[in-house]
Design a protein around this ligand. Sequence first.
Ligand code: ATP
Length: 547
Amino acid sequence: MATLLEFAEVCEKIKLTTSKNQKVSILANYLLKLSRNELPIACRLLTSKVFPPWDTRAVNISYSTISDAIKEITEVSEDKLKATYIKYGDLGEAAEELMKGKKITTLIQNTLTLQDVYSALDTAASKKGEGATEVRLRVLKGLLALCSPIEAKYLVKVLCGEMRIGLDEGLLEEALAAAYGRSLKQVREAGLIVADIGESALVALDGNFDAVKLSVFHPTNFMLAEEMPSPQEVADYFRCDLYAEYKYDGVRAQIHSSGKEVRIFSRRLEDVTNSFPEFSKPFSDKAVILDGEIVPYKDAPLPFQMLQRRLHRKEITKELLEETPVVYFAFDILYYNGETYISRPLRERRMILEGLNLQPPLYYANQIKVKLKEDIEEAFEASLKLGYEGLVIKHPDSVYTPGKRGKKWVKLKKELATLDVVIVAAEYGHGKRAGVLSDYTFAVKSEDGLKVIGKAYSGLTDKEIDEMTKILSAITVKDLGHLKIVEPKIVLEVAFNNIQKSSRHSSGYALRFPRIKRVRWDKNVDEIDTIDRVKEIYEIQAYKKML
Ligand code: ATP
């Protein structure tokens, strides 16, 4: 029987070695000792999970409940617990130290197995609503009472959702491949489809990679799109007929229907069924998995923010349903009537999808056949006119690759926002722009001076660049040959698609696909945007990704 003690000792060994190969070998040896039933439990616990991501049983034992349990079991004061926590910055490490002085012991010497831990946490997670916190506290105290210090340490680390021992899912996949003599590529690919490390472990154990199938109510990772800057680049890259779909601004969702019941899963594979009761009616008598976007919509798309009111709400009232009506735009089908369709080309999947006869509030994502730059531009404009975000352009032969951002699907987005920035340096361009200052480094303002946030090469006409070259030469304060540092005087309005954190520039951020919209001759440097505005845009964008 796999014990918690052995699990903890393996974790400790992994923590103590910095060698990746050694970590993999310790893990692989451990995995080989586990039974088929224990393997998924151990793999989830090793990555500080108890259930698959879509499971509605969330353990949800809060930091404060864990702290209360440790305090009660070890009979230490709040201050002592706090001081020990601060010493390590990790509740698991603190638990270990405090448990060394544990006063309460049970009469019977007990050996906790992984199965015991799983069953106890299942009990804790299954209790919802009133009294749930008490049940969780009781369960946790029951477990801790049977733990040795090292067991307590790793149990607490799992419950805090962070092991901090230099082990992640990628490393565990390597160990799975090593333990059962499988190819890492196959283990990883199967992992993306099954989307749960416990399940991946069983696939690796059996080595039955070709038999990996989807099933309803077990979501898979979503296929992603690579961003491209312009219709021209999309046309040049593919040079063939393509499907352009509107890029709907909502939340990505898989709708699973068994024929009798419907469940909805978010991009993070969480079960969000209760937030969207309007989709709860089965739309086919066969089992189906759809991929698409949930969009706030009434005659036209509504602001994305309206969806926030729906998500993570305990109760969706009638008023809320009326206030924030939503529809679903289906653009793919991954499973139908017992068959997994992800390895079939998109053109075939789309035909099957269209055979479903979806009814409102389920709609088909619109699809336009495009090939040339002009076709793509036209579809892009049409999308913006209708209030959407741009296009997702897909190769008709593309297979569905869960969790991957291949270049079979690409996205063209309207600008996220614009910023007013000031040019701080300029460089000569290349090719026909070799003799003119066409590349500009620009900055935003902060309390301690200007902070560089990016570089832009495109957006101005040749005439404007000539004019800029004259002005920039006149305000050069340091001439470094190819590069000229200039007085911060010229304000640009730049558009971009994304903000990323980056150590490349002094602001700590970088703009993705920056392009100059215009020179703001009417503005002076005091009026440019601030680093706080950059942070604000970054945070809204990051929040959206978490939904
Ligand atoms: P990414 O999803 O690529 O990581 P992101 O979260 O910033 O980036 P976007 O850049 O907005 O998202 O674009 C990708 C998202 O676009 C998809 O995850 C999906 O939610 C959404 N989307 C809207 N319409 C479509 C469509 N027709 N096909 C595919 N995805 C679409």
